[in-house]
Write a protein that binds this ligand. Sequence first.
Ligand SMILES: [Fe+2]
Ligand SMILES: [Fe+2]
Length: 248
Amino acid sequence: MSLYAIGDLHLHFQAELKAPGQLTDPVWRGHEERFFKICSEQIHSSDTLVLVGDHSWGRHLDECEKDLEYICSLPGRKILLRGNHDMFWDAKKTSQLNALFEDRLFFLQNTFYSYKDYALVGTKGYTFEGPFYVTRSGAILDWDREKEAQAQKLVEREAQRLRTSFEEARNAGFRKFIMFLHYPPTSILEKRSVFTDLAEEYGAEQVIYAHCHGETRFHDSIQGRFRGIQYSLVSGDFLRWNPMKILD
Ligand SMILES: [Fe+2]
Ligand SMILES: [Fe+2]
């Protein structure tokens, strides 16, 4: 029995692919088959796989049916987090999705799921991603302050959702936590954030996040041990489609 995580499958069995530049990297070629094969070989029916957002390019549920069926067909218990591209998933209607995929997929929003004596908590998260004004050598001179203020409002809303998730778990008696975000916990301007503070406040053992694609983005945020917590990036292209084992 093991816990695995990976993010950013960006499936498009139905939806027309309007891929941003980074998704044209060769690592994305045939990634659905590659990922399915790896999962079939490594993941057992008693395992749990957390999919950390950006599941589908489809904008509506009827454009995602085949993508979600593909996810259903992967081995193990599948827990899904919302990503910024998951337009099919209205956060306020998560209970409808859970009813529709009852016992097949578990959509995590304002709640938690258990794994042994751990609570798996999380939310999409958010972080300021620019625009930044940089020199030719890449040093940041300044950034768009208005966009930063707008981002801060989304950060606060997501931090509240994360707190709800932690509180639900704590009220249910859990004291050990693994925390999941789709967005990285810090922006490239930050060393710490409200998300790292929440991880520390509740004593999360690990923080798992995705969203960062391509060599130029893989090191946008924290990786490794920071203030007693293990931080891991699990975007699919970063892991080359090998799900990361989080716990035995
Ligand atoms: Fe993504
Ligand atoms: Fe994303």
